[in-house]
Design a binder for this molecule. Structure first.
Ligand code: GDP
Length: 138
């Protein structure tokens, strides 16, 4: 079983989409092995997106992630990293395939409703950034 870090982003929490997104997660073979609803602060968001610090949208992205509460999740299944990215769909909802979370729920390329780790190395960093080992029950 592989683990990945997922976030239900502020735009989705704000529009009461937590339940709909969790339903898709559970019905697509993932187990939710840790979960919390919280509000990120700017330093926390900046630390989380450290790998993107040189990208032109870094300031917009980190500011947006602090505009409202988020739901942090650790998801487990075989190939969890790739499978969760597939279920989320492309970064820009305009490019996302039918039936994906971003196609069905996202507002635009920034307010795209969900986050997912993009590599095993980043998944390990991101899970440890938000959860202690005792908060994760497999
Ligand atoms: P992801 O792995 O699919 O989430 O995409 P990236 O790693 O490329 O980008 C991280 C996050 O930054 C995305 O999920 C978006 O919320 C945001 N983002 C990506 N591209 C842009 C952009 O061109 N402009 C803005 N404002 N935000 C962006």
């Amino acid at each position: 079983m592989e683990k990945t870090l997922a976030i239900i982003k502020p735009d989705a929490v704000e529009r009461n989409l937590i339940g709909k997104i969790l339903e898709r997660i559970e019905s697509n073979g993932f187990r939710i092995v840790a979960m919390k609803r919280t509000q990120l602060t700017l330093p926390v968001a900046e630390g989380f997106y450290y790998v993107h610090k040189e990208r032109p949208f870094f300031k917009d992205l980190t500011t947006y992630m602090c505009t409202g509460p988020v739901v942090l999740l650790v998801l487990a299944r075989d190939s969890a990293i790739a499978e969760w990215r597939k279920l989320m769909g492309a970064t820009n909802p305009k490019d996302a395939e039918a039936g994906t979370i971003r196609k069905d729920f996202a507002i635009d390329i920034e307010k795209n409703s969900a986050h997912g780790s993009d590599s095993a190395e980043n998944a390990a960093f991101e899970i440890a950034y938000f959860f202690s080992q005792t908060e994760i029950q497999e």
